[in-house]
Design a binder for this molecule. Structure first.
Ligand code: NAP
Length: 213
């Protein structure tokens, strides 16, 4: 697949490089395709990696992954253009985090979620929320001590979720379908649980698993 990673942060670079390793063509969408970290990522990732504006990346891809900071997400999607993503799967990896004296916290929750907001911003796209409950370095081919862990996903379009279940499986993740996109209200607080454990235990290689009989 030709996959756009919309964002050039740690997640965009790790996820993008991992997807290239798995045979996909990845175009990194960014406000500035010429910025140093993006040029370095393209050079280091090699064949199959490219950078473009959000608009060009969204237009040219088969599916996209939204990997911006939450406060940049709306602007990034405006720049990408909802029409360019219409009908396409958009994987929402964001967490709606705010940062205050008490540490990271959710700025949306209980009665709404980032996943639902992304689906409202992109009404003609098929939004699937996943990959938000693990460190960027573990998103592709994870090595979780005591694993394999599980990756939760949710979204309203069964066919889109089926594609993402396949992609997650190819990338080393057993997955659990948590339901429609409103289940992002449950997946996003898990990220805060993940962050709290990371801070208190000084680790980033932890993840969640659902034990079942
Ligand atoms: N870090 C992790 O391990 C991890 C794990 C799971 C989920 N997440 C979530 O994944 C997302 C990405 O995390 P991250 O750590 O890679 O990166 P980040 O530093 O949170 O975000 C960087 C990206 O956001 C874009 N951005 C920021 N403000 C923008 C604006 N006003 N308009 C357009 N784009 C804007 C930047 O765009 P430019 O390229 O244009 O500069 C950059 O690509 C976050 O929502 C985070 O909560 C992170």
């Amino acid at each position: 697949m030709k996959i756009a990673v919309l964002g050039s942060g740690m997640v965009g670079r790790s996820l993008g490089a991992g997807l290239v390793r798995h045979g996909h063509t990845v175009v990194m969408g960014t406000r500035d395709p010429g910025q140093e970290r993006v040029a370095t990522w393209v050079g280091e990732t090699g064949t199959g990696a490219a950078a473009a504006t959000y608009d060009e990346a969204a237009k040219s891809c088969d599916m996209a992954c939204l990997v911006t900071s939450w406060d940049g997400a709306e602007n990034a999607l405006e720049l990408a253009g909802a029409a360019n993503l219409a009908g396409k799967i958009v994987v929402d990896v964001t967490n709606p985090l705010g940062f205050g004296p008490a540490g990271p916290h959710l700025v949306i929750g209980h009665t709404d979620s980032a996943g639902e907001q992304v689906q409202r911003w992109l009404p003609e796209s098929r939004v699937v929320k996943t990959w938000n409950t693990v460190n960027h370095a573990q998103m592709i081919d994870p090595h979780i001590p005591g694993g394999p862990a599980d990756m939760f996903l949710c979204g309203d379009d069964p066919d889109a979720k089926s594609v993402i279940v396949g992609l997650l499986g190819d990338c080393g993740w057993p997955s659990i379908d948590a339901g429609g996109i409103e289940a992002a209200r449950l997946l996003e607080p898990l990220a805060i649980l993940w962050v709290g454990y990371a801070i208190s235990h000084g680790t980033t290689d932890h993840a969640f698993k659902l034990l079942r009989g």
